[in-house]
Design a protein around this ligand. Structure first.
Ligand SMILES: Nc1nc2c(ncn2[C@@H]2O[C@H](COP(=O)(O)OP(=O)(O)OP(=O)(O)O)[C@@H](O)[C@H]2O)c(=O)[nH]1
Ligand SMILES: [Mg+2]
Length: 261
């Protein structure tokens, strides 16, 4: 098990601290666009940060293709059950599939400690030391991957930082992306955070063991997801009880094997 802390890195994404009161910041067509008011003139500063990330992500994708490593990017808001789902998933697919995990958090090695019990090599990335970035970027993943023996890995899972917005914007060279949405978050979240659901290849609707205690409208959630991303598979699961895991595991293993063939 390896841990990386105190990483220093360039910041590619928003810098909440340096924006002045008149600054406006948004993402536009893959670019980070920052507009500053200067009297009546508006000076547009376009930082092609996402373009730079895309170049690195493509480089990673080439490496993963050469090494025949399938990469899964797992995203969700904090606490929806990424780590728990991954723990239970690894227990079912290892050692048939040789797995490794990169896990991103702002602070702590809690998730790495939990995931290391699977026996898979786990690399923890903490972003706190360089501003608490809310997503993993390609260059951060690239550096973590350098300490993995990719020849001994079939499936590399990247548990992204808990955030339903920013991670969806950053390609990290992955093959597939999944979003975990727990039913405790509410059925309106796909409508409120559509980019994540548009960008992902599958949705895991987690914590269905709690449905009897909630007013979660499953039909509405499914309809909204289908409008945002027609045809995307949606798996209803409970990482606690492992209900619904067969279909999810079958989908995942099919994806991995298609690349390893
Ligand atoms: N009842 C129930 N609880 C769950 C389920 N999955 C996860 N939990 C609980 O939800 C909490 C958060 O789970 P994690 O797996 O740590 O979630 P996470 O998405 O990895 O969280 P971050 O990495 O902090 O974003 C824990 O207390 C889990 O035990 C589930 O299917 N049912
Ligand atoms: Mg986690």
């Amino acid at each position: 098990m390896w841990f990386f802390t105190n990483r220093t890195t360039r910041r590619y994404h928003h810098n909440h601290k340096t924006h002045g009161p008149h600054d406006h910041h948004h993402h536009d067509q893959g670019r980070d666009v920052e507009s500053r008011k200067s009297g009546t003139r508006e000076i547009k500063v376009v930082r092609r940060v996402l373009d730079a990330n895309d170049i690195m992500a493509e480089r990673m994708r080439t490496v993963f293709a050469e090494k025949k490593v399938f990469v899964l990017n797992m995203m969700s808001s904090p606490g929806s059950g990424k780590t728990t789902t991954l723990q239970k998933t690894l227990a079912r697919i290892m050692p048939d599939l040789r797995c490794a995990v990169i896990v991103g958090d702002i602070c702590t090695t809690n998730d790495a400690d939990r995931l290391a019990r699977s026996g898979a090599p786990v690399i923890q990335i903490n972003t706190d030391a360089f501003g608490g970035d809310c997503h993993l970027a390609a260059h951060v993943v690239e550096r973590a991957v350098a300490d993995l023996d990719l020849d001994a890995v079939d499936l590399l899972v990247v548990e992204n930082i808990g955030n339903l917005v920013c991670p969806a914007e950053f390609d990290i060279g992955e093959d597939k992306r999944v979003v975990v949405l727990s039913v405790t978050e509410g059925e309106d979240k796909p409508a409120k955070y559509p980019l994540m659901f548009r960008e992902c290849d599958a949705t895991l609707l987690n914590k269905i063991d709690l449905l009897p205690y909630l007013d979660f409208e499953m039909d509405l959630a499914r309809r909204t997801i289908a409008q945002i991303h027609p045809g995307m598979p949606v798996f209803e699961i409970s990482a606690k009880t492992e209900a619904g895991f067969e279909a999810w595991i079958e989908w995942l293993v099919d994806q991995v094997k298609a690349k390893l063939r």
